[in-house]
Design a protein. Sequence first.
Length: 255
Amino acid sequence: MVESAPFIRHAEHVMGTVVSFAVVPGRLSADSAMHAIASACAVLHQADATFSTWKPQSPVSRLRSGMATEAELPAEVAGVLELCEEVRKASGGWFDPWSVPGGVDPTGLVKGWAVEQGLAVLRSAGADAAMMNGGGDIAVFGSPGPGEAWRVGIRHPWRADALAAIVEVSAAIATSGSYERGSHLINPFTGQPASLAASATVTGPSLAIADALATALAAGGDDALSFIAALADYGGYLIRPDGSESDTGNIAFAD
């Protein structure tokens, strides 16, 4: 990332990861910027309390266990599930929260959705620009400096000290792979562990959708990449287990 602007930084432990902030306050005072960051963090913690599958009394856990119906849950749950259904159709079924054991699990979309909601708080507060990074799910607005773009490095799947690529990002980028969390993806068509991608990256205007599509790409490999290629506003970048690569042709790779 370009370091030419006076960033205000913060790191928040939430949703099982660390969400980092880099905010260009512009006309905001430092106190106002930190207040906006605190408000964005509150959004993240509320999302965790609502959607966590690790907290037995969260609304989503109660839905999964049959203790509550969708109609009895907060409105944002229905909204997220509607987004999940949209991405299930757009990905040809490679993203399918209803296919996992234990009941519907929107985890593959929720982190991106929550980060996107948090970024909206910073924008509404009047910050000039900001980046929020939730464990590789990144949303941005504005510019890090005059005439500059946000640049995001994609970690090489087998070399922790190297980058596979650097991408210029105007809104959102999400990467999914097994190199940090181990094998955790399921092929929704077979129920077996998915192993068609070493790294899967998606860019686009919505981090919630990019997050879910990156999950689909990690599970479906080339088949999922073909569905992403058909989406006008999203781009995909796939590194296969053998090290070969493909992309949809509309990823803004930086030199």
